[in-house]
Design a protein. Structure first.
Length: 534
């Protein structure tokens, strides 16, 4: 643990090497160039050097086909400057026998149709469906990466971003191993455009569990602190078993004193919520690797910071009541926080309220605002809320900026005019609002919200049958098994990538625009043919 000498805040030391490895994986996976063409001549000096690695070593050399051919059939040809050999960029579907099904399968996957029903409806084999999912996920990843690289070059603007986590259940691989596999997923959304900036899952399919276990034990990582481990990115089986806490202690971990006792005993990580801790009713995947959640949180935040680049004029970042996410956000955006261009807010609200309770809460808030709205008829509701908060609640805080910042950072602010989506909303400004005046603090408290990311996570579960939450039943000892859940954890990442592309580039809102169009990454709606031929 480390402690700040100024404010006394304590933080757990993280494994920088593990975070760097995970960040590199995410950047290569979601921001790579994916160019596979290069000089095919084995004796040439440029053999093995791809176009993106050395574009100056190649020149354009016409196109394939004839001028009468459709544009999508005319592929770019290139010539190597060393040996003068020519080659063309092959289409991604040039060997597919049923390429006409790609678009239909994409619609089925985002229309919550189970895989067995897709195979039956389209009269194809289940293996063909899985092959198409692999192809579509790769195409969506390539297309999104090409557009995401342009975000950093957007004109500087005010960003309002939220990040939240959800757990995706994966069915156990064998009936003799009836323990659930839970894959965490982090989702980051821009509020203004509703564009999904990033979706990262807590699973790496490229890891060999046996090889990782061997390297973990050979390096002696089991006896080292988590921050000092050489192989600290992926859970090992031995480390997972040692982290299992007794059920009585695990159930009591919601209490702060019991939580700290577990941390001191090495049974829990205070930056990871209790429900995401290792448990006896969970298990590691039999293939691939499960990433430590705190490592993924820090890598995810650093990825988002890299994605935004220089496009940030000001930023309001909202995270859930999760020490790990808040610490990761403060670390990743430290440069912008020091320049007073970023405010980080922790948001919580009554998540257990049902629809009737939310509706009743909204009616109470509307009645509370009615006299002030009648007194300011020309002001919209959001402006009335800001005026009331700035002139009433904020005025009661200390006038000295640093004293006021301490109160905002350590005390929950009860937002009296919360919406139906977030009843009884409470906010902490972790950065204290030092860069804001009273009206700016009121605006930050109003705009701080988890609704954008919560809405997107709900949409993903509703659109894709594989991401829907299963139901625990007493007959099954409250273990979760879902008919439509995947058996391969890698499917979580693939389906999430497909849904993210469809939502960002193909789903239009009431204004007729997609999130990518609102953000400035697309001029129009992207169609199936644009994706398949990319």
């Amino acid at each position: 643990m480390i402690e700040c000498n100024t404010c006394g805040t304590t933080s757990r030391v993280k494994n920088n090497n593990a975070v760097a490895e995970e960040l590199e994986r995410l950047v290569n996976l979601f921001c790579g160039t994916f160019q596979e063409q290069g000089c095919p001549e084995a004796d040439c000096e440029n053999y093995g050097i791809l176009l993106d690695q050395a574009p100056s070593e190649y020149r354009k050399f016409g196109k394939t086909g004839t001028p009468k051919d459709p544009p999508h059939k005319r592929l770019q040809r290139w010539q190597c400057k060393k040996c003068k050999t020519t080659f063309s960029q092959k289409s991604r579907i040039h060997r597919q026998k049923k390429s006409y099904l790609n678009g239909r399968i994409l619609d089925c996957l985002t229309g919550k149709m189970p895989l067995s029903r897709i195979a039956s409806r389209l009269n194809i084999s289940p293996q063909t469906v899985y092959d198409k999912i692999d192809f579509l996920a790769e195409q969506c990843r390539r297309f999104s990466a090409d557009r995401d690289r342009k975000i950093a070059q957007l004109p500087p603007r005010r960003w309002i971003i939220s990040t939240d986590r959800q757990d995706i259940n994966v069915n156990w691989p064998h009936r003799l191993l009836r323990a659930g596999i839970v894959v965490g997923q982090l989702v980051t959304v821009d509020r203004n455009s509703r564009y999904i900036l990033a979706v990262h899952s807590q699973f790496d399919s490229a890891v060999d569990p046996e090889e990782h276990e061997r390297r973990f034990m050979t390096a002696g990582d089991l006896t080292r602190r988590k921050a000092d481990r050489v192989n600290g990115r992926i859970w090992s089986e031995e480390d997972y078993q040692r982290s299992l806490a007794p059920d009585a202690q695990r159930n009591a971990a919601s209490d702060q004193a019991a939580r700290r006792a577990l941390v001191a005993a090495g049974l829990a990580n205070e930056d990871v919520p209790p429900e995401a801790q290792p448990s006896a009713d969970k298990q590691l995947p039999l293939w691939g690797g499960l990433i430590h959640l705190d490592v993924l949180q820090y890598a995810h935040m650093l990825f988002v910071r890299r994605l935004l680049g220089r496009s940030v004029a000001s930023l309001l970042y909202s995270v859930d009541e999760d020490n790990g996410l808040k610490g990761a956000c403060l670390a990743a955006f430290a440069d912008l926080i020091r320049r007073r261009r970023t405010e980080v807010a922790t948001v919580t609200f009554n998540k257990n309220a049902n629809s009737d309770e939310k509706r009743a809460h909204a009616m109470v808030v509307a009645a509370l605002l009615r006299p002030d709205r009648d007194a300011m008829p020309l002001f919209p509701r959001w402006m009335v809320e800001e005026v009331l908060i700035a002139n009433d609640s904020i005025r009661r805080l200390p006038a000295e900026p640093r004293e006021r910042a301490k109160v905002l950072a350590k005390s929950w602010f009860e937002y009296a005019y919360s919406s139906k989506a977030e009843p009884e909303k409470r906010v902490k400004l972790a950065t204290g609002g030092l860069s804001l005046d009273r009206r700016g603090i009121a605006r930050a408290l109003r705009q701080a919200s988890m609704h954008p990311s919560d809405r997107v996570m709900m949409m993903m579960r509703r659109w894709a049958s594989m991401l829907e939450r299963g139901i625990a039943t007493p007959r099954n000892d409250n273990r979760i098994w879902s008919l439509y859940a995947p058996y391969d954890p890698a499917m979580v990442e693939k389906i999430a990538t497909i849904v993210r592309f469809y939502y960002n580039y193909m789903e239009t809102g009431n204004d007729g625009k997609t999130p990518a169009m609102r953000l400035g990454l697309a001029k129009g709606r992207i169609y199936h043919r644009d994706l398949v031929r990319f």
